[in-house]
Ligand binder design. Structure first.
Ligand SMILES: C[S@@+](CC[C@H](N)C(=O)[O-])C[C@H]1O[C@@H](n2cnc3c(N)ncnc32)[C@H](O)[C@@H]1O
Length: 282
């Protein structure tokens, strides 16, 4: 979700961390070429759950993913603070994660059950985690944090190679570009959250020339207002399906929400489920 303009403070090399008895971090995997992820995650890890936790949506997300997971194991790309992964693990699934933000993972580790989740530190475009998995997923619009179509294609191909065959699925959620454009043109900011403690407004600005949108979050809390500017690289469902096909995946199901709403002409969002393609499936 949010990405600030502050410079990313990424670990230069991916590190695979697995739980140790003391809840520490100990195992290392191969090196990454470039830093990945978003600087907001390091800068605002302590605020993330408070600002963007959304219990209702989280519950629907966890229910949907649990229904797709079979008996596991599952892998979350961009596991963050464990908003989705920890409730899934509490349902008895073996959950692995990848993230580039040590700050976000530190918060995950501090939660009940957080020390037991194996996490690979690095760029999830490479999906550098062992498999095979029954489910590989992203939540919270995280797939659009990949900066371009090439990174998306790499991620899809790597995920395909780590899915159980048959039966494994790759799932993510995303905004529809058309709906983003309509909302941006209205000039009316979205109320992201409103509680007794804070008010969060978001205005998104689209740049079709780069296929990006910037989300401007205004967060008013404790008599202080902060401005987070966040960048995403978007793609239409058709482009995503094409990238998936080039990566050996095919669309299995597309819904309009994690709660299972049908995908229709009125949808503003989608949850897309891909499965490995076979030679018989054109
Ligand atoms: C919006 S947060 C979502 C966290 C969690 N999935 C959730 O739904 O609550 C996105 C997470 O993805 C991570 N991230 C973004 N791009 C990444 C990349 N290319 N490689 C690894 N992690 C990345 C960020 O560090 C952050 O923790």
């Amino acid at each position: 979700m949010p990405r600030t303009d502050s410079p990313p403070t990424r670990n230069p090399r991916p590190v695979t961390t697995t739980p140790d008895p003391a809840g520490g971090v100990e195992q290392r995997s191969e090196a990454a070429a470039e830093p990945a992820g978003s600087g907001y995650a390091d800068a605002h890890a302590a605020d993330y759950d408070r600002w963007f936790g959304k219990p209702g949506i989280t519950g629907a997300t966890v229910d949907a993913l649990a229904g797709l997971a079979g008996s596991g194991p599952v892998l979350e790309l961009g596991i963050g603070t464990g908003r989705v992964a920890l409730p899934l693990a509490r349902r008895g699934l073996r959950v692995h994660g990848i993230d580039a933000s040590e700050a976000m993972v530190r918060h995950l580790r501090g939660k009940p059950g957080g020390s037991e989740i194996p996490i690979t530190m690095g760029d999830f475009a490479e999906v550098g985690a062992p498999g095979p998995f029954s489910l590989i997923y992203l939540a919270g619009g995280t797939f659009f944090e990949l900066p371009d179509s090439r990174a998306k294609q790499r991620c899809l191909a790597a995920a395909q190679a780590r899915l159980q065959h048959p039966g494994g699925v790759f799932v993510f959620d995303a905004h529809l570009p058309e709906a983003l454009a309509v909302a941006a043109a209205s000039g009316v900011p979205e109320v992201v959250a409103e509680t007794d403690e804070h008010l969060i407004l978001c205005h998104r600005r689209i740049d079709a020339s780069t296929q990006t949108y910037h989300s401007h979050y205004l967060i008013h809390e404790s008599d202080r207002t902060r401005h987070l500017r966040v960048a995403f690289h978007y793609a239409s469902p058709g482009e995503l399906d094409l990238l998936a096909r080039r990566s050996g995946l095919r669309l299995k199901q597309r819904l309009g929400s994690w709660a299972g709403a049908p995908f229709t002409r009125d949808s503003t969002y989608h949850v897309s489920v891909y499965e490995p393609a076979t030679p018989e499936q054109p």
